[in-house]
Design a protein around this ligand. Sequence first.
Ligand code: IMP
Length: 430
Amino acid sequence: MKKNIVILGTQWGDEGKGKIVDYLSRNSAYVVRYHGGHNAGHTLVANHKKIILHLIPSGVLHSNVIGIISNGVVISISDLVKEIQMLEKNNFFVNKRLFISNSASLILPFHIAIDIAREKKLGANAIGTTGRGIGPAYEDKIARRSIRVGDLKNEKTLSIKLEKIVDYYNDQLISIYKCKPFDYKIILKDLLNAKNIIDDMIQDTTMILNNAIKNKKIIIFEGAQGSLLDIDHGTYPYVTSSNSTIGGVITGTGVGPKNLDYILGVTKCYSTRVGNGPFLTELHNDIDAYLSDKGNEFGSTTGRKRRTGWLDGVALRHSVQLNSLSALCITKLDVLDNLEEINICVAYQNIKTLKIHTSVSFNELENMKPIYKKYPGWMKKTLGVRKIENLPSAAKNYIKSIEEIAGIPVDIISTGPDRNDTIIIKNLFL
Ligand code: IMP
């Protein structure tokens, strides 16, 4: 039996992790968001309702599950409060079962302003961030000037810290970006109001989680973004500002590596990317239009059209290695239902040296082009199929090829947005 499961994305995010976390967490006691912030967008369908979560872990839709937002996350308190209220409107109540780390850093309005202003100034060289202040908030964490969740408990020191940091940002906003300055007193008032709503949730989540481990509770760690957006191992500088690979679980929660029993890499059966940066298998043809439309590939946080392309096996192997993945979960299989032919990139070729590479440094993608292997499509409906034996044989072959390319098994397949449109090949809880 697997106790503690990490669920993370192997691509550039938007792999459909939220649904899988929601599905598996019905068997768990805790679900933990451990990095990133409200740049993430996890779309879930529960009781025929579509719910989009940005910050709160997806597992909280089960009333028996405790949600944790741990120290590795950067938290916009105002967005957190909005999300709690949205859940309440939809009859999901998280009172007394959502805890927020006292040592998580806050995202404040000036982080968002500076993120947007910088991107504007970068023009064509912009990263394509979500404009949620993620980069600036993590910069403050590393520079040791963050305001942390625990600071909300002491109004006097909060006020002193806030005045100092607002001055720091106002200097830049006025002189470099010609933007309006912030008044720290207004931010302070908003923070204190929000704090009244979340006061009881502020805890030492490292202690909560390690106690849960001692008590043999099942914990699910929910990744955000995807491995190729990792600040160290992704397509730098076109990355997010946190570790979306496995190391983020350890530093972002205070749970040691021996306590992670199974690491599931969620992989969409084609690729998408939002924002700028290298994307070797990107398509600019009618298949791009088909995937966007059938896969509804528009950002759940920003609404931007996602770039689409074929599954990249080289990138997938990179993610398997970076995360020491136990197995894969393949998502959105049904999106490929109407394609006569499907490609998977199995290697890269350097267009200058003509050398073929089956693994590469992700810092040296410049002269690489994808080499594809073609697979016949199945041209049959897989939407909602719940048993592997009911998949068309071409779809089964496609899954088998992904296993061979990745070198690890596919344990779960998702065949539609609903919780139950899921094929479990290996039951993780037996
Ligand atoms: P940031 O995380 O807002 O700083 O954006 C940095 C890069 O990560 C941009 O390319 C974003 O589009 C991308 N990104 C951030 N969060 C997500 C996500 O949840 N899904 C997909 N891409 C994301």
